[in-house]
Design a binder for this molecule. Structure first.
Ligand code: ADP
Ligand code: ADP
Length: 222
């Protein structure tokens, strides 16, 4: 994924992203880190196409033409449907495409739940799960259609420290298995350094990138 001189100016004049340039290799884990208001959410909206760019472009590599599963998205809140089972929540993207698709995708959904340690919870409901487990359901849902790029917006933001550490390890595990391109948005520099190949550091002044840092630390093993 290539960010080519990406600039976003809102109609009220605020420049939230200013001439951002980055070449993300396939399979790379990139974090975008910075304090509240620095432009992280805006960047995410631009990647997802929810806001038009003012200047520049965001493009995907040639092989990534399969639009159906370009990006999977994990939000700060897992946004689960309370009255549906865990399995049904993972299968929401399939259900939207009809019963046949749901049936076809069920084995994959169960496999993802197993991978995330939730095999025994497939028939339970979200309220029976801890916050960390709920977030895992959100991750399974994002991975269901095997997206090329996994976008995560403060996925651990609402979790306590211990749950966060465990989920961080799980995420590393998944990433090492799948080698997906991950764009991880966080205000936590320690999370960013622990997880990433590269950290894009944004300054408190909106839109400004202070530095892009290559991380060359051995990753902790689970
Ligand atoms: P965060 O991304 O850190 O959770 P928010 O997205 O809620 O924070 O807001 C970040 C900043 O962007 C805040 O200062 C907020 O006032 C501002 N903001 C968010 N949406 C709008 C909007 N539609 N118009 C103007 N300012 C906005
Ligand atoms: P972050 O996610 O890092 O908190 P945002 O991308 O939400 O940062 O905001 C970056 C800057 O853009 C902030 O100054 C914010 O107030 C401004 N902003 C965000 N959304 C809007 C909007 N819709 N209209 C005007 N300004 C906005």
């Amino acid at each position: 994924m290539v960010f080519d001189h990406v600039t976003k100016q809102y109609p009220n004049g605020t420049v939230a992203v200013d001439d951002f340039h980055l070449d993300v290799a396939d399979g790379e884990f990139v974090s975008i880190v910075g304090p509240s208001g620095c432009g992280k959410s805006t960047m995410l909206k631009l990647i997802m196409g929810l806001e038009p760019l003012t200047r520049g472009s965001i493009t995907y590599r040639a092989q990534a033409r399969d639009e159906s599963a370009m990006t999977g998205m994990v939000f700060q809140q897992p946004l689960l449907l309370a009255w549906h089972t865990v399995l049904d929540n993972v299968l929401v993207p399939s259900t939207l495409q009809g019963r046949a698709q749901r049936r076809a995708d069920e084995p994959r959904a169960r496999e993802l739940l197993a991978m995330l340690g939730l095999a025994d919870f497939a028939e339970r409901h979200p309220y029976e799960l801890s916050g960390g487990m709920q977030q895992r359901v959100g991750i399974a849902r994002a991975l269901l259609h095997d997206p090329r790029i996994l976008l995560m917006d403060e996925p651990f933001g609402a979790l306590d420290a211990m749950t966060r550490d465990q989920l961080t390890m799980d995420l590393l595990d998944i990433w090492e298995r799948d080698r997906k391109t991950v764009v991880f948005i966080t205000h936590s520099i320690s999370e960013a350094v622990l997880l990433s190949d590269r950290v894009v550091v944004m300054t408190p002044r909106p839109g400004r990138v202070a530095d892009v840092v290559d991380i060359d630390l051995p990753r902790p093993r689970t």
